[in-house]
Design a protein around this ligand. Structure first.
Ligand code: CP
Length: 318
């Protein structure tokens, strides 16, 4: 029984295994009849809006043989004053796994995870979106057949998607990850430090700048994300002026003609990305969205059954 609250909860071996397993599910269209969560009950608690992550974990749990109990914002007695601690204690006596999007401090998720009955999965907290990063790596692995040595340019806010991506991708040898974030909207210091340390340890390169000049050429992937991260707002009324130069358009492909385009979605065409790019031939954004479900299945399986080799289960019944 394991929890996934941060990418840091995965060993290097676990990270590789979960990403490889998600890529296998993606290539084969699912678990191919295997039902490793048969008999489990998964709670799906989303305090904030979600299309992909909530559907991915609900559909993924059902495909793996679990049954689900779903809660939205306003459904729990948290709203009438029951403590978060008591909520977690009660749920852990009935559920086998809880997938929760709080968009708040992950300390709440850690408190829920302080027991040995129920796995807790972070479906997006304020600081990190770990299951998105696993999806992103699954998509890159599916496309390139490797993660080692990839060159990735991330353009946009240093939000929870960027944090998790930096924590995960810099663990692979030779990866070059460069972030271009608007001034004042960069990655938090602890993620910058951690990603730089990991990249150095694995022979890669990690950098963040706050402008769009002299972009690194020959990138394998260009990644952007929505400008208004779920559960946040920007007090500065002029924030759009700072973000405008960071729109991803076709001009970025002049120096990186072979780059694929990634976006965690939802997208706002004409804001962070042009429609030409999002709907163009380089875009993997909708495969990436589907991969949320394949990756969710890999995460659920890891949490409940432990590390699984690529050949285990999936494909067995074919
Ligand atoms: N990318 C992502 O987390 O999408 P949702 O907010 O729709 O779950």
């Amino acid at each position: 029984m394991r929890h996934l609250i941060s990418i840091d909860d995965l060993t290097d071996e676990d990270l590789r295994a979960v990403v490889a397993r998600g890529a296998l599910f993606s290539a084969e269209g699912g678990p191919a009849g295997a039902r490793p969560l048969e008999g489990d009950i998964a709670g799906i608690y989303f305090r904030r809006t979600s299309t992909r992550t909530r559907t991915a974990f609900s559909a993924g749990a059902l495909r793996l043989g679990a049954q689900i109990v779903s809660y939205g914002d306003g459904d729990l007695q948290l709203n009438t004053g029951e403590t978060s601690e008591d909520t977690g204690r009660v749920m852990s006596r009935m559920l086998d796994v809880l997938v929760a999007r709080t968009a708040d401090d992950p300390a709440e998720l850690r408190a829920w995870a302080a027991q040995r009955r129920m796995s807790v999965i972070n479906a997006m907290s304020a600081d990190e979106h770990p299951t998105q990063a696993l999806t992103d790596l699954t998509t890159l692995l599916g496309r390139f057949g490797r993660l080692e040595g990839l060159r990735v340019l991330y353009v946009g806010e240093g939000n929870n998607t960027a944090s998790a991506l930096a924590l995960a991708l810099t663990r692979f040898p030779g990866v070059e990850l460069e972030l271009r974030t608007p001034p004042g909207y960069g990655l938090a210091d602890r993620f910058l430090t951690r990603a730089a340390e990991q990249a150095a340890r694995h022979g890669g390169r990690f950098a963040e700048r706050h402008d769009m000049a002299a972009l690194p050429p020959d990138q394998d992937a260009v990644y952007t994300t929505r400008w208004q991260t779920t559960g946040t707002n920007k007090p500065d009324p002029h924030w759009r002026d700072l973000f405008a130069p960071f729109q991803v358009g076709e001009a970025l492909w002049e120096d990186s003609p072979k780059a694929v385009f990634l976006h965690d979605l939802p997208a706002h065409r004409g804001e962070e990305v042009t429609a030409d790019v999002l709907d163009g031939p380089a875009s993997l954004a909708f495969q990436q969205a589907e991969n949320k479900m394949h990756s969710a299945m890999a995460v659920l399986e890891w949490c409940r059954r432990g590390p699984t080799g690529p050949a285990d289960g999936a494909g067995r019944s074919r």
